[in-house]
Design a protein around this ligand. Structure first.
Ligand code: P6P
Length: 354
């Protein structure tokens, strides 16, 4: 009897094989995605141990915190997640190199696997555990990743070979470790969600073709920075807060998880706008969030779901990178709301002499 395939769970592997047959991805890129998502399953297990796994709290020794290139104290799970992704990708032969929020510089595959892994065609960038300040209070965190093509003829990629605009991304995704573990992935043909079936250890397709509503009544921003914002952001949010009685003519709700993966997953699921604008505290660094492994992959996922992503003054995916850990202001989510926020910035700039 032929099994009733229509009822069998639609696994990530089956989805990727069908995308390969459709000519959307090459076999080596499909295998790279499988390696990265398998590492995310391992990270989900480590995160899920919580206090029982001795993995909470700060990395380093008592009184001697471990500080990463961002100047942030690393959590134990930041280091664990980074190691899981490095180990998983060391021997596969799919990568030419990788770069992480947790490491000062990119790592060519020859250094990652000295016994001569074959250099592959791709560059992998990731934030191994975004939102990790939430770990110790049991709030959702996640892994964000992005895949670029290694430039032709580059055997041993260095940092400058990663500095490609977001439009060059071949793959973008995140895995959120929350009440359930969900992978959200794009290979340039829509944004799709896969939920981890823990009983069989497999990601199962649960939403094909996520679509972000064009309008929203929900915004996500850290309001405690309000007094530090630039004038266009002050005006934009003041009008949101004025609600029905103000120029927007409708009331808005606010959410801020302080875990980008959680906030973005919400707006991909039900609409919204996520903002981390320039403020007096982060302006000198160019912003708070990182372009290459936070803003760009999220921008690709959001655009592929019909949303928009901007720095407030430029389409995110068209920013020309100048540094591996470059920071940018971020507005992304429901298309019409992002365009509203951009309009406040454009009108301010037009009225302000250069
Ligand atoms: P704040 C987490 O550290 C992160 O990089 C993003 O995940 C999150 O959106 C943002 O920073 C939170 O920043 O200033 O609210 O703590």
């Amino acid at each position: 009897m032929t099994p009733n395939r229509s009822n069998s769970p639609y696994s990530l592997t089956r989805f990727l094989i069908e995308e390969e047959r459709a000519g959307h991805i090459r076999p080596d890129l499909r295998l790279l995605i499988e390696v990265v998502t398998r590492a995310c399953k391992r990270i989900s297990i480590e995160v899920g141990k919580g206090a029982l796994g001795g993995v909470l709290g700060d990395a380093g020794t008592p009184g001697q915190a471990s500080i990463n290139v961002q100047g942030e104290a690393q959590k134990k799970l930041d280091v664990i997640a980074n190691d899981v992704l490095m180990e998983a990708n060391a021997w596969g032969g799919h990568l030419a190199g990788l770069a992480s929020e947790e490491m000062d510089h990119s790592v060519p595959i020859q250094e990652l696997c000295p016994d001569g892994a074959t250099a592959g065609n791709y560059l992998l960038l990731f934030d191994p555990l975004d939102g990790s300040s939430n770990i110790d209070v049991n709030i959702s965190v996640g892994t964000i990743f992005s895949v670029l093509r290694c430039p032709e003829g580059v055997e041993k990629p260095a940092d400058e070979h990663y500095l490609q605009p977001g439009t060059e991304q071949l793959v973008a995704g995140y895995c959120t470790y929350g009440p359930n573990t969900t992978l959200v992935l794009t290979i340039g043909h829509g944004t799709h969600a896969f939920t981890l079936d823990r009983e069989i250890g497999s990601f199962t397709l649960t939403t094909r073709g996520m679509k972000i509503p064009e309008d929203t009544q929900e915004f996500a921003v850290n309001m405690s920075n309000q007094r530090h914002w630039q004038p266009p952001m002050q005006s934009y949010v003041a009008d949101l807060l004025a609600g029905k009685t103000g120029p927007r003519g409708k009331d808005f709700n606010m959410r801020w998880v302080a875990s980008m993966v959680a906030d973005v997953h919400r707006l991909l699921t039900r609409g919204g706008i996520f903002s981390y604008p320039l403020d007096a505290k982060c302006e000198a660094k160019g912003g708070k969030l990182r372009l290459m492994y936070e803003a760009n992959p999220m921008a690709m996922l959001v655009e592929q779901a019909g949303g928009a992503a901007s720095t407030g003054r430029q389409r995110m995916l068209e920013v020309t990178p100048t540094g591996l850990h470059q920071r940018v202001p971020v507005f992304l989510g429901s298309r019409n709301e992002v365009e509203a926020a951009v309009r406040y910035h454009r009108e301010f700039d037009q009225q302000t002499p250069a």
